[in-house]
Design a protein around this ligand. Structure first.
Ligand code: IPD
Length: 263
């Protein structure tokens, strides 16, 4: 299957999974469990949506690996792995805020973000009625509109960020926000890293930074940003999981130097 075909499959599954998430949310949801903190709500819908994605991939791409938020990792034999967040922005989902998404990426290489290369991805935001797609070498798209990151930020950069659900990380995050505000015109915390990255690709945000993200939160969005002409990097700081930084070239570089303490 070509990268374009893989992209079409990712988009098709993301669309179907998004519709299921939306239907389940409309019908009411049952709280299934809590993870590391109270705020990290996992719904029945989260599991059901991942199940749908996994089953479709099992029948259409049986040799591929899988890495999903809810059901974990399974190595494949084809060299491709599907990296899936069934509902990115579960807290928004639980509260009925529209900014949640299904995030699906297919990547090539060892199933670790430092080593893989994105091949195709899709981010579906069903309550917003938007589907973002990217294929390596073919660009990033919102429907039939080709996406490009911003390049000029004369009034300062409109930045997105997020905070991990572990309260122990909040102080560090707030210190970082204070530093980064020196280059910002304003800051958005929308609650779905996949949507934040899609918005960077679409030029709706100039840049994004968040530490502690899991691979399934950013795999699809990272390819969108890159295919929209932007840059995504990860910075190891004195923290358990690295900081993800994204933006057009100038904003990405400036964010990176502020966050690393060079500026
Ligand atoms: C979360 C969202 C949120 C980010 C958190 C993530 P989840 O993903 O992407 O924006 O700030 O760090 O964990 O848990 O809702 O899939």
């Amino acid at each position: 299957m070509s990268a374009v075909d893989l992209g079409a499959l990712a988009a098709d599954i993301a669309r179907e999974a998004g519709e299921l998430a939306l239907r389940r949310r409309t019908a009411g949801y049952a709280l299934a469990a809590t993870k590391s903190t109270l705020a990290d709500i996992v719904t029945e819908a989260d599991r059901e949506v991942e199940q749908l994605i996994r089953e479709r991939l099992r029948s259409e791409r049986p040799g591929d690996g899988f890495l999903g938020e809810e059901t974990g990792a399974e190595r494949g034999t084809s060299g491709l792995t599907w990296v899936v967040d069934p509902i990115d922005g579960t807290v928004n989902y639980a509260y009925g805020i529209a900014a949640y998404s299904v995030s699906i990426a297919v990547v090539e290489g060892e199933p670790h973000p430092e080593e893989w290369q994105g091949v195709a991805s899709a981010v579906s935001a069903p309550m917003l009625g938007e589907l973002f797609t990217a294929v390596r070498g073919e660009g990033a798209w919102l429907g039939d509109q080709r996406l490009t990151v911003t390049s000029e930020t004369p009034a300062g950069a409109l930045l997105g960020t997020g905070f991990g659900y572990d309260p122990a990380t909040h102080d560090g995050d707030l210190v970082m926000v204070r530093r980064v505000m020196t280059m910002a015109r304003d800051l958005r915390r929308m609650g779905s890293a996949a949507i934040d990255l899609s918005y960077v690709a679409a030029g709706r945000l100039d840049g994004f930074f968040e530490r502690g993200l899991n691979a399934w939160d950013f795999a699809a969005g990272a390819l969108l940003v890159q295919e929209a002409g932007g840059f995504v990097s990860r910075l190891e700081l004195d923290m358990p999981r690295p900081m993800v930084i994204a933006g057009g070239s100038a904003v990405h570089d400036r964010l990176r130097s502020i966050i690393s303490g060079e500026a």
